[in-house]
Design a protein. Structure first.
Lengths: 306, 280, 109
């Protein structure tokens, strides 16, 4: 059951407050009114709203102070703040540094306000979850997607990079980041060009994609082929010839580190035994262990038939 | 002269796009409308065109994608994805029609790219595709000069004809710089990796190359061979001398030349066919 | 015998070599040496993505009638600035030999 969004309205103007609250409630938004500074932070921490509507037309300084305080804590960075401004205000707003996400002018056109509220809420949902490095959807979206895939003719593929940590240690995080960005594009393109599906970045060097069962082998093959090819560009001739470079293991002993390759664990979702998304990750972990036994890139599909 | 040169440099560093042949755009349009056409077919067309190749490499190496070492079209296509490549290619304005002259330069660039590929493979060099890409792009400076200094370009052509000069000599006379330098400015402002920009900058002065002597030598040699073969039109008909720096770097001998000439001439027939197909 | 781009092929030309699918001559040829070309055959080659074919004689001439002399004169013209460079002169010789040999089979038109 989707929960209705909670909107906190900050204003000291009683008339405006009454009108806005009424309208918001008519749209089924749970509305809280905050009329003083001291109340705001407390209320927001204990019961974080999904969106903040701030009246900047009356009590300008107070409202601005509230917004500044809220924004200084990254905990609230994902709460959209919409400001209500005066009608004929000259455009002296410093929009570049503004802490607002959106604004609306008085007199309030409520249809427009509702549109802006919806847009702000969906935008936050869309971008907050994205991995900052690769901009692929993150864990919340991934969970949802896996749950939605249970029992369907889809396959969930968990992709990770073999010997990634030593690569980072030897070549530096800048290069490591580049590899992650490359794999994310390669995977995304492979999924997209095969007809579509879901691509996500769990974190670090762990990625996941969901594609129709009939496409999963082809997609895995494309990802592997492309990754193996692109990765060659990252190493010198001698390293390429040898197939390894020198690094250190956890104990500090010099070791031959094989060049980067990937392992993919493929979990078909149409097994009745798979009831829970957590089980999917478990199965994938076993599959990947098997995949890592092979040198170089490979994928392993779960063979369970029941 | 220095002012002219600096002004020109500024203009070039500001350039975001270059025109390409209508035939290439049309072929790409047809391919993209046809569901059954493959990525390979698109890649083939794209890697035959120096402007499209440069634009795609530019995008792949730009800060927005966070890659900085992409030096081949196939890798760029893998990373950008087919849709991005398609839209980029198709966004070339077909109204920026290039004159008949340009077909000659297009053929020359393609020929040098193919020749460089043959040379690199015959010498069993690493990174053949990168070398071929650098070779394809080696005269991109001429495309920019043609676009941004059309008056000067007319004058350059006249000087070449009247004084029987190499293109580089005429360019220096008229605009104070040459297509190698101009090409290297563009390569830099388009984020192309050094393994591509150095051959572009030094294909007429191999000894000036620092980190990519081998690649530059191959591009230089390919350029000389295609001029010798008479395929395409690079602005002047005169063959350049083979620079000893290149000969030494690649450790060549006479027998190699004999064999490579045959291979190149053989391949050029197919390249000519490709060119005729596109112009149809 | 002349190797020509497929785009320049016309009916009545005669194949001087077998035509194979793809780049390397493996397996059965699509069409044998000695076959006389027709429009439908040329179209079939196009469809199979064949780029070039070898035909009898020297039926294709670019820029009109050109004899070996004309072609060698063009070659000398191109090389005029480098005839004093021993390294590049070698290239000139190689091309001269090559062109003479490839035209020689057909002894002119």
């Amino acid at each position: 059951m989707p929960h209705t969004a909670r909107i906190a309205f900050v204003s000291s103007d009683q008339q405006l407050t009454f009108a806005v609250q009424l309208r918001l409630q008519s749209k089924r938004y749970q509305t809280t009114v905050i009329s003083s500074i001291s109340g705001v932070l407390g209320a927001c921490y204990s019961d974080p709203p999904d969106l903040l509507l701030v009246d900047l037309s009356s009590s300008r300084t107070i409202s601005t102070e509230i917004i500044t305080t809220l924004r200084s804590d990254s905990f609230f960075s994902t709460i959209p703040i919409i400001g209500i401004l005066e009608t004929m205000e000259p455009d002296h707003e410093q929009w570049d540094n503004s802490l607002l996400d959106d604004f609306i002018r008085l007199p309030i056109n409520y249809n427009e306000l509702f549109c802006r509220i919806s847009l702000s809420l969906s935008r936050i949902k869309r971008i907050f979850d994205n991995n900052p490095l690769t901009r692929l959807p993150g864990n919340t979206s991934i969970q949802r997607a896996i749950e939605a895939a249970l029992g369907k003719d889809l396959a969930v593929c968990y992709v990770d990079i073999n010997h990634f940590k030593p690569y980072n240690d030897v070549y530096g995080f800048g290069h490591g980041d580049e590899v992650l960005r490359m794999l994310s594009r390669i995977m995304f393109n492979a999924v997209h060009e095969s007809g579509g599906g879901f691509s996500g970045h769990i974190g670090g060097d762990d990625f996941v994609c969901i594609v129709p069962l009939e496409n999963c082998e082809a997609v895995c093959q494309v990802i592997i082929r492309h990754f193996d090819r692109i990765v060659l560009d990252l190493f010198d001739e001698d390293v390429k010839q040898q197939g390894y470079y020198l690094g250190h293991n956890r104990e500090g002993i010099e070791q031959q580190i094989p060049i980067l390759s990937i392992s993919i664990g493929v979990v078909p979702m149409n097994y009745s035994k798979l009831q829970h998304s957590a089980k999917v990750a478990e199965v994938a972990a076993e599959l990947k262990k098997k995949a890592k036994l092979t040198n170089g890139s490979c994928y392993v599909i779960d063979q369970r038939k029941e | 002269m220095d002012d002219k040169r600096n002004e020109l440099k500024k203009i070039i560093m500001d350039t975001k796009t270059l025109p390409t042949l209508p035939g290439v755009i049309n072929k790409l349009n047809t391919l993209s409308e046809n569901e059954k056409s493959s990525v390979q077919e698109m890649a083939k067309i794209v890697s035959s065109d120096q402007v499209l190749s440069a634009r795609i490499l530019r995008l792949a190496n730009s800060p927005s994608y966070g890659f900085y070492r992409v030096s081949t079209i196939s890798n760029a296509m893998i990373l950008l994805g087919v849709n991005v490549v398609k839209s980029l290619a198709l966004s070339s304005s077909i109204f920026e029609i290039m004159e008949k002259n340009s077909v000659g330069l297009w053929e020359h660039s393609l020929g040098v790219g193919v020749a460089a590929n043959l040379i690199a493979h015959k010498l069993s060099l690493p990174e053949c595709e990168e070398i071929a890409t650098a070779a394809l792009l080696h005269d991109i400076g001429k495309v920019i000069i043609s676009l941004k200094c059309s008056e000067a370009e007319t004058k350059i052509r006249r000087v070449i004809r009247d004084q029987e000069l190499y293109t580089t000599e005429a360019e220096l006379q008229v605009i104070g710089t040459d297509h190698s330098e101009v090409g290297s400015w563009l390569a830099k402002s388009w984020f192309l990796p050094e393994k591509l920009s150095e051959p572009i900058a030094c294909h007429h002065d191999v000894s000036a190359s620092k980190n990519h002597r081998i690649k530059t030598s191959v591009v230089h040699l390919a350029d000389v061979l295609i001029k010798a073969s008479g395929f395409g039109n690079s602005g002047d008909p005169y063959v350049h001398r083979i620079q000893p720096a290149a000969w030494d770097a690649l450790k060549l001998n006479d027998q190699f030349l004999v064999e490579i000439v045959e291979e190149i001439e053989d391949k050029m027939v197919e390249v000519k066919n490709f060119s005729l197909e596109l112009q149809n | 015998m002349q190797k020509i781009p497929l785009m320049l092929a016309t009916p009545d030309m005669v194949l001087a070599r077998d035509v194979f699918r793809g780049d390397s001559p493996i397996g059965m040829p699509i069409c044998g040496k000695g076959t006389v070309l027709t429009n439908s055959l040329i179209a079939r080659f196009e469809h199979l993505d064949i780029q070039s074919i070898s035909v009898e004689g020297h039926p294709v001439w670019e820029d009109g009638d050109r004899s070996l002399d004309d072609i060698l004169r063009d070659l000398d013209f191109r090389f005029q600035k480098v005839m004093d460079d021993p390294l590049t002169v070698k290239l000139h010789e190689i091309y001269k030999t090559f062109l003479t040999k490839s035209m020689g089979d057909d002894s002119g038109r």
